[in-house]
Design a protein around this ligand. Structure first.
Ligand code: HEM
Length: 141
């Protein structure tokens, strides 16, 4: 459960990254593809998997925007993420294990780019991504 302090840290961070969703999202995806090449199989239409690739940038921006959009919904993540959970759980059938791998790549990307990634912010980000993962994994039945 996110404490009030965690929420404050997340809100701060999401506000900071809201103008950098493409760069950060593309890098997080590129890290996922590099460190866990099996994840490329979910993106058969991609022709390249580096952070400079057009489709990686486009998709990375979509994903990070979705995270930034949770900013005003931290108290209501289940409802807010319901559509995305349906899409991943019933449509895309992404193995939920991959959410954990991707969460780690997102955290590393944020840490590499943001000075304010203190131990407290790190902890808040981990908890936040765990909640997002829990919700996105909730409709696989
Ligand atoms: C699509 C978010 C994790 C695979 C999407 C979309 C969003 C999104 C916003 C676009 C939805 C739409 O078009 O309606 C997220 C978030 C994640 C996450 C917030 C976790 C933090 C993953 C993981 C994988 C994955 C781990 C697989 C390794 C896909 C695929 C699509 C997709 C294959 C469709 C791509 C396409 O349209 O070509 N995701 N995602 N996602 N996601 Fe995720």
């Amino acid at each position: 459960v996110l404490s009030e302090g965690n929420k404050k840290a997340i809100k701060n961070l999401l506000q900071k990254i809201h103008s950098q969703t493409e760069v950060l999202g593309a890098e997080a995806l590129a890290r996922l593809f590099e460190c866990h090449p099996q994840t490329k199989s979910y993106f058969p239409k991609f022709s390249g998997f580096s952070a400079n690739d057009k489709r990686v940038k486009h998709h990375g921006a979509l994903v990070l925007k979705a995270l930034v959009d949770t900013n005003k919904h931290l108290d209501d993540l289940p409802h807010h993420l319901n559509k995305l959970a349906e899409k991943h759980g019933k449509g895309l059938l992404v193995d939920p294990h991959n959410f954990k791998l991707f969460s780690d790549c997102i955290a590393v990307t944020l840490a590499a780019h943001l000075q304010e990634f203190s131990p407290e912010t790190h902890c808040a980000v981990d908890k936040f991504l765990e909640e997002v993962t829990y919700q996105l994994s909730s409709l696989y039945r």
